[in-house]
Ligand binder design. Structure first.
Ligand SMILES: Cc1cc2nc3c(=O)[nH]c(=O)nc-3n(C[C@H](O)[C@H](O)[C@H](O)COP(=O)(O)O)c2cc1C
Length: 429
């Protein structure tokens, strides 16, 4: 197994949002145990002068919290509930691309499996968290069913102002292959665009290209040069299939190689010519343990504290070494609290997408009623010690952010001021 270093800078102790704000947050945490305020964003803005608005993939989102692609975004009723609960955006389960004749080169990722185990996991640092284990991979219903699901999800989310985003796994050549199945890119992208334009004709369609953790254990990803070629080539193929009509995000995976290779992947993505480049990144999908066996299946993806430790450390090194402003990105990986969202924000993330947090046992949430999505939002935002409002206000005081600043502005300030941030955190550590 690869080794990785923990992040050097961390938000420690309790947040200091100011005495009055701390009192209000503590009251709100209790007050909203039965239901969140109807207009969450208006409430937070008028109470705390803190604007939750942000951007995902270049498009506005009302708040920065979203559902990451996976088993919790495979059915219409799940998306309806997320919209109702107040999520800012939801990424649908990953579709396995196909060509016009229905051929899927990545068909081994389209396998049916729904059973998941939500388990405690202890990170290498000794910190405890949660992980979800299962054997499945991508969307396993038909291509048409996915297109309908996307269509209906867009309709259901529109009124609530929740952004809905498709995720796709397209053909990736093995080290032995030397050609790309462009038809999969063209056919799949066009079909999704057709559905998107029925609802949002004026804006480009955000799309996540999933480089999943299970790729890490596959022979396809056994050669570094092959992976770097994927990252350099995929954006051009998707742009070629939908010139100017897709806002493309690459969801980067944690490879089985050492941390230096994660940085090489990030550099490969940013080094492309502007017209061939992704618009944003999603950093970074789960770790992969090739030795671990789950229900007779060897090799599983996992998350928890090791995932956030590794992601935050790599992002730090990326920021340390960069010469140009990094691409905007959406964070994923063990965002189990507002404090962890703030850690990713400090490294430049303008949105936060979760999977595991929406699956915890009921006793882990503080809200007494409502769907798990609402319960997770309650914890993420209003927890007095671990919540995002407390930490964002703390950071605003430390870095002199103006009242009313929104999350996108915070993230872009952070991307440009990493040195200041690091010094401030190191001093506190
Ligand atoms: C059961 C399960 C299924 C997942 N399926 C997908 C998927 O189809 N596509 C994808 O891009 N990520 C998938 N993921 C990864 C999540 O989207 C997310 O990036 C990852 O779990 C890290 O977030 P978390 O720590 O909040 O769970 C899946 C994760 C889990 C636990």
């Amino acid at each position: 197994m690869f080794e990785f270093l923990p992040p050097r800078a961390r938000l420690r102790g309790s947040p200091h949002p100011g005495e009055e704000n701390a009192r209000k947050i503590a009251n709100d945490f209790e007050r909203f145990r039965d239901a969140l305020p109807r207009s969450l964003e208006d409430y937070v803005l008028s109470t705390y002068e803190f604007n939750l608005a942000s951007r995902y993939g270049g498009l506005p989102v009302k708040n920065p919290f979203g559902k990451a692609s996976g088993q919790l975004s495979v059915a219409h009723h799940q998306i309806e509930k997320d919209a109702e609960a107040g999520l800012g955006f939801a990424i649908l389960k990953t579709l396995i691309a196909q060509d016009r004749a229905g051929r899927q080169s990545m068909h081994e990722w389209a396998i049916p499996e729904t059973h998941m185990a939500v388990e405690r996991i202890c990170g290498r640092s000794g910190v405890e968290g949660w992980t979800v284990t299962w054997k499945g991979r991508g969307w396993y219903d038909t291509f048409e069913a996915y297109c309908d699901f996307f269509d209906r999800s867009l309709a259901a989310a529109q009124q609530a102002g929740m952004l809905v985003v498709p995720s796709v796994k397209y053909h990736l050549p093995t080290p032995e292959e030397n050609s790309w199945k462009k038809e999969e890119y063209e056919f799949t992208t066009a079909a999704l665009l057709d559905r998107w334009r029925r609802h949002c004709a004026a804006t480009p369609m955000p799309l996540e290209k999933d480089f999943s953790p299970t790729l890490a254990g596959s022979s396809r990803a056994s050669a570094k040069a092959t992976v770097l070629e994927w990252l350099a080539t995929v954006p051009g193929l998707i742009h070629g299939a939908a010139a100017g009509r897709v806002s493309l995000g690459l969801k980067i995976f944690n490879a089985l190689f050492e941390d230096d290779f994660q940085l090489e992947m990030l550099r490969a993505v940013t080094a492309c010519a502007a017209e061939e480049r992704a618009g944003f990144l999603v950093y970074a999908n789960r770790l992969f343990d090739p030795a671990r066996v789950y229900e007779g299946h060897q090799g599983v993806a996992y998350g928890g504290p090791d995932l956030s430790d590794r992601n935050l450390a790599v992002l730090e090194r990326w920021l340390d070494s960069r010469t140009v402003s990094p691409l905007p990105f959406s964070a994923t990986g063990d965002i189990s609290s507002g404090r962890l969202a703030a850690e990713y924000l400090l490294r430049g993330a303008s949105s936060f997408q979760m999977h595991t947090l929406f699956q915890l046992p009921d006793g882990e949430y503080a809200m007494r009623a409502g769907a798990k999505t609402a319960k997770a939002l309650h914890l993420l935002l209003f927890h007095p010690q671990e919540g995002f409002i407390a930490w964002a206000l703390d950071l605003g005081r430390r870095f002199g952010w103006k009242p009313g600043i929104n999350v996108e502005e915070m993230a872009s300030w952070c991307r440009g001021n990493w040195k200041t941030i690091r010094e401030a955190l190191d001093i506190r550590a």
